[in-house]
Design a protein around this ligand. Structure first.
Ligand code: PMP
Length: 386
């Protein structure tokens, strides 16, 4: 059997990982500023995370949700404590798309409505509801096409207000990433998030915060939406929640009350996944990783802003993007090939940084030095050619 060729692959085979580093099958070390697409939160193979999973594996790895699972209760308590959303209710699932699927369904159950507002360049996942609020026609199969979703321009307050004035009473939910990830690191303005809160309150719609990529401490606060000083009704999360162990979740504000059978999943909240997620929160607290993300992220952004060739440096904490001018287009590939540094991309010509929240300042500095070197080399090659 051949592998189905879905992803464009880098020609690298990762066989080992530790902290912010990974190694290929030839023993070469790479600095990982991609974090496996924002998944690595506390650092690769963190010893506490490994031990907690190993310990749990020897006790019970899985039993169905038809019995009590104290690890789920412990995780709900810890997540409330670390996120500050102590009065929310936790539902555990397996991925970001599944989390958004459930968030949208709950908003519709709660309101009895079916219209949803999403935004330009949004990415919310590949399952049917998640992809229907994702602003990329290439991902949408005919079976997923719907006229229930309206895409409005991101951060456009007038467009949002006008849409609500006309259709507010039909809207079940507004779904928004606090910082768009796949769309190229676009930060939602505080006033835009505040307006969503006000309009959802006024018209009885549900505010869904997709925190799958921008959440879990990556922005320097637990939820990047927290910068606006408003609470969403539902938050979806996944990626950093398990540090590589598959787990996702939604948390629901107290007034949204799921009924039996409205939510459900076989694997969601299994013992092993809960152990992994608990280890992540324990390490985040003990090692003050949100604070580190804010501090090292600010350092990194300031250093990037001082490089004149890079444009529109943006983001929060350790979720950073910048534009690369057309003449430096090979930069990302050269960083990987020549400097052994993994970064992420977004089109057109955006480099995305999504490292572990434990990234050290010296690693950030290594990246800046490497970046300057590769920019200089590309400029030199261009001058030689001219
Ligand atoms: N929402 C956002 C903001 C994401 O970035 C992603 C994944 N890139 C998803 C949802 C979907 O998550 P998953 O791949 O775990 O289904």
């Amino acid at each position: 059997m051949n592998l189905f060729d879905v992803y464009p692959l880098n020609n690298v085979t990762i066989v080992k990982a530790k902290d912010s580093y990974v190694w290929d099958s030839d023993g070469n070390q790479y600095l990982d500023l991609y974090g496996g697409h924002a998944v690595i939160s506390i650092g690769h193979t963190h010893p506490h995370w490994v031990r907690r999973i190993e310990d749990q594996l020897e006790k019970v790895a899985f039993y169905s949700n038809s019995v009590q699972n104290p690890l789920q209760v412990e995780l709900a308590k810890k997540l409330g404590e670390v996120s500050g959303k102590e009065d929310y209710q936790l539902f555990l699932c397996n991925s970001g798309a599944e989390a958004n699927e459930n968030a949208l369904k709950m908003a519709s159950f709660h309101t009895g409505r079916k219209k949803v507002v999403a935004f330009s360049k949004a990415f919310h996942g590949r399952t049917s509801l998640a992809v229907s609020v994702t602003d990329n026609k290439n991902y949408v199969a005919p079976v997923n096409e719907t006229d229930n979703v309206t895409f409005l321009p991101f951060n456009d307050e007038a467009a949002l207000e006008a849409h609500f004035t006309k259709h507010g009473n039909e809207i079940a939910a507004v779904i928004i990433e606090g910082i768009q990830g796949v769309g190229g690191i676009n930060v939602a303005t505080e006033s835009f998030l505040q307006l969503i809160r006000r309009l959802c309150d006024q018209y009885g719609a549900v505010f869904i915060a997709d925190a799958v990529q921008c959440g879990y401490g990556r922005s320097g606060k637990f939820f990047s939406h927290d910068y606006a000083g408003v609470n969403a009704d539902i938050y979806s999360m996944a990626k950093g929640m398990g540090n590589g162990f598959p787990i996702g979740a939604i948390i629901l504000a107290p007034h949204i009350k799921p009924k039996h059978f409205q939510l459900g999943t076989t694997f969601g909240g299994n013992h092993l996944a809960c152990a992994a997620a608990l280890a992540v929160l324990e390490v985040m607290q003990q090692e003050k990783l949100m604070e580190n993300a804010a501090e090292v992220g600010t350092y990194l952004q300031n250093e990037l802003k001082a490089i004149p060739e890079l444009k529109n440096v943006r983001g929060r904490g350790l979720m950073i993007g910048f534009d690369v001018p057309e003449e430096l287009a090979p930069l990302r590939k050269n960083l990987l090939t020549n400097q052994r540094i993994f970064t992420g991309e977004a089109k057109p010509n955006v480099i995305r940084l999504l490292p572990s929240l434990a990234l050290k300042q010296k690693d950030a500095q290594q990246f800046i030095d490497a970046l300057k070197k590769e920019i200089a080399a590309l400029k030199e090659a261009a001058t030689a050619q001219a």
